[in-house]
Design a protein around this ligand. Structure first.
Ligand SMILES: C[S@@+](CC[C@H](N)C(=O)[O-])C[C@H]1O[C@@H](n2cnc3c(N)ncnc32)[C@H](O)[C@@H]1O
Length: 257
């Protein structure tokens, strides 16, 4: 049986549900079409504003040049452009960001925000699938993905594609929810995730199921050491990670050397 045929028969997780691998992307797309207009507000509400600090840590690791030196960043699953705008604000005149996301509604919100912030010339929003990137080999200095990788059905493919489009010496950085590893706090976090977030999601976006999926999908994502191995398996070297906020989030890094 060919790989494509095997894939079409394989199952995967969509939150706590088991679904055919071929169906996951469509279900994920429904989630983000539904919440796009309220996505940024929900991020602030759900994380108590902490997502800003996590993204700032990502931007510090990206370390865009403050000079006029050219620097091309690909922000995968970049949605409404949050990471892109932060990188633009941290870097100099030579920074260009391509936001690639599969969801047209998330991108539409991103384009509006870019116009409002005056970043519409340096940040471009393009529709694309992280599993089959429409970019040439070695065309970016850095590739980031924030809270996106766990939504991608075939994570290995997305990692291989990120590797392919990075130049030699470029860095891959991935911010993703992780596992709270502080006794006591883990139970509190679980309670907050499963009892509070879907209710707030319902009140703000009218879609409880979407936020139920988002919290469930965190539990199904590999623990940081396992994900670091996946990053290495895609070809990256010196894979490492740091956790933040008692393990709520992990920042992963790998280099194309
Ligand atoms: C939780 S949002 C993260 C958005 C943004 N990176 C942020 O941190 O605010 C996840 C994003 O992943 C995108 N996504 C899901 N599957 C994708 C795929 N296969 N390729 C590209 N983007 C994808 C969704 O459309 C959504 O915009």
């Amino acid at each position: 049986m060919g790989k494509a045929q095997k894939d079409s028969k394989a199952d995967t997780h969509f939150g706590e549900k088991t679904v055919p691998l071929a169906d996951k992307q469509g279900l994920v797309d429904d989630v983000f079409h539904s919440v796009a207009r309220r996505y940024d507000l929900m991020n602030d509400l759900m994380s108590g504003g902490l997502h800003r600090a996590w993204k700032d840590a990502l931007v510090t690791a990206v370390n865009p040049p403050r000079s006029e030196k050219e620097f091309a960043l690909l922000d995968l699953a970049g949605g409404t452009g949050d990471v892109a705008f932060r990188v633009m604000e941290a870097g100099g005149k030579g920074v260009r960001v391509t936001v690639c996301d599969i969801n047209s509604d998330m991108l539409a919100v991103g384009r509006e925000r870019a116009l409002e912030r005056g970043h519409d010339l340096a940040v471009t929003f393009e529709q694309g699938n992280a599993e089959e990137l429409p970019y040439a080999d070695r065309s970016f200095d850095c590739v980031t993905i924030a809270f996106g990788i766990r939504n991608v059905p075939r994570i290995e493919r997305a990692l291989e594609q990120a590797y392919r489009v990075l130049r030699i010496g470029g860095r891959f950085l991935c911010l993703e929810f992780s596992f709270v590893d502080v006794p006591g706090l883990d139970k509190l976090y679980e309670l907050y995730s499963f009892q509070v977030i879907p209710r707030v999601g319902e009140a703000v976006t009218g879609d409880r199921e979407a936020y139920q999926y988002l919290v469930e999908s965190i539990r199904k994502f590999p623990k940081p050491p396992a994900f670091a191995k996946m990053i290495e398996a895609a070809g990256f070297r010196r894979a490492s990670f740091t956790t933040m906020t008692a393990g709520v989030v992990a920042l992963h890094s790998g280099w194309k050397l």
